[in-house]
Design a protein around this ligand. Sequence first.
Ligand code: WTA
Length: 648
Amino acid sequence: MSLVPPSAAARARSRVQSPQEYETLLARSLDDPDGFWRDQASALTWFHAPANIVEDDGHGEVTWFSGGRLNASVNAVDRHARTHPDRAAIIGAAPDGTLTTWTFAELKARVGRIANALVHRGVRRGDRVVVYMPTTPQAAAVMLACSRIGAVHVVVNPAYSAETLRERIEDVGAELIVTADAAPWDRQVLPLKRRVDQAVAGLSQVRCVLVDRHQAVPVSMTAGRDHWLQTELQRHRVACPAVWQPAEAPLFIMHTSGSTGAARGMVHTTAGYLVWACTTFRYLFDLRPGDVHLCTADLGWITGHTYALYGPLTAGITTVLVEGHPGRPDRGRLGALIDAVQATTLYTAPAVLRCMRAAGDAVLARSLRTSLRVLGSVGERLEPDLWQWLHQEVGGGRCPIVDTWWQTETGGAMLANLPGALPARPGYVGRPMFGVRPVLLDRDGRRIEGEGSGVLAIAGTWPGQARTLYGDHAAYLATYHPHPGLFVTGDGAHRDAEGYFAITGRVDDVLTVGGHRLGPAELEDTLCAHDAVLEAAVVATALPDGGEQITVFIVPAPWATTPADDLRAALVEQLRLAIGPIATPGRVWFVSGLPRTRTGKLLRRVLRHLCDGGTRPSDDDLADIADPSVVDEILEVIQPDRLRQRAD
Ligand code: WTA
């Protein structure tokens, strides 16, 4: 086996020291992408070094690092197990405060055993394996074991219901599922194995279910199909040869919501994704040897994949995995965890920070947090007052804040305030990451130069770009590449005179609530499945604390006899069962009609505008709406909330 060793560039410090250095590196990454990315790629271990760096036809067909061969688990685990076997690779933080630490050597052994068990159960290169587990070291090892044998992991967040799980199993044609008996979540226990049983009932494609005994709760096991992971592991050796994957081989599929239809399976590749995860991770968090990185994201989100697993481990940094809600059962949990693991970097979401802030100063004062050096945020807008609170109260005024903007589709951070490189600007997500050319488009798809606001798009390609939508490349091209040479993001942004970006929110109808992304169509379809519902509309609306909530509008069916309160409770329950607790609405309003165009298109932006305290649109603005009287009725129905907003 010939290995291409890491280069000096890979060992160099990742910190950008000054704005000048940032400009120089950015210019090089854009002017000489081949040279820049060849250097970055040399931070990885390759079986065959890539022959080419990038090929891009300008119409959404891109290839990165072609000719190269590598394995993700070797890069994340083996090479560090060789050079520093006793360094902590993963620290698992259970909700009860228990910490489990696995060194790189232990992780390698665990990954090897699981990989052998998967092969024994018939998993082959290219097969999709669905992982439905809590965020534990074991789940991370399962993901890495898939990558070791060239299987494609498809992690489904344990907060999702049996129904959503089934859709995703069917979408990717998985034959094997790895789950746990149950998972603790916010004072409840999620019955994961039971949900898997419901999800696969009658699905003949699923041959095997491996179950991690995690909570020691009783579960039913189907003979011939279900096996305990622990028993499997006792049977298998630790050594498992790694499959050397072609650069463009899929590493994983992650589902995400769009504004129409069911969730889409975004496909990420082995080489491009890994180079992107490793490069962006090193620059974002100003890493030093011995750092402990704490990312609160669940492994079932893209952030968990990139910045709790592949980024830190590929860079050889200790990663802390947080099982369950970071603010439950005790709101002081995160502060205590930072102290317990001596975390140097904290990467979290505004929703988690708001929950921490709401707990009050006394709870925060129970932890010291003096180990922290860099604070990062992702998922939603980090509004300036939350930014200030994070800076002063959590970081004691010492730590730079990296607000990062990105998406499941982009694989890793695209816009950020790199610590040391750029002066802080609360409310802004900063400047482009290396290799990224953000552009703003007006309504007609024309580029806006200089200061301005528009739809955010990315020109050209970057290594971490999702290459396709599983099983539907035509839909991928239609959604993301409507204009030649541009990837369209679905977010609106403002660029100031210095080139700093601020995200203004989605321009489509996708909901991002509490850092979770949901598609309105998925929720509306679930609501309309209820007998008493004629029509439904779902939007995300502003909360006084800066967050957003799910707001539902229901047109009851004329034959419905259920009293409003009962129907409301039933619909909330239906959403929780069909999608998961993350889909719990904050408000359910009953109305007799929805704003629709004359061709019947639902105008969710009108609902959002009204709920967010906007004024009644003028008659001219209402000209698009088939029946403008619905707007007056809606204003009347939501009046109590609008009055409260004004009082706040
Ligand atoms: C939103 C999560 C404001 C945005 C990594 C994007 C943000 C969607 C930020 C992607 C930020 C992400 N400021 N909004 N720093 N980061 N978003 O796919 O609307 O779960 O399109 O990926 O979250 O959500 P996703």
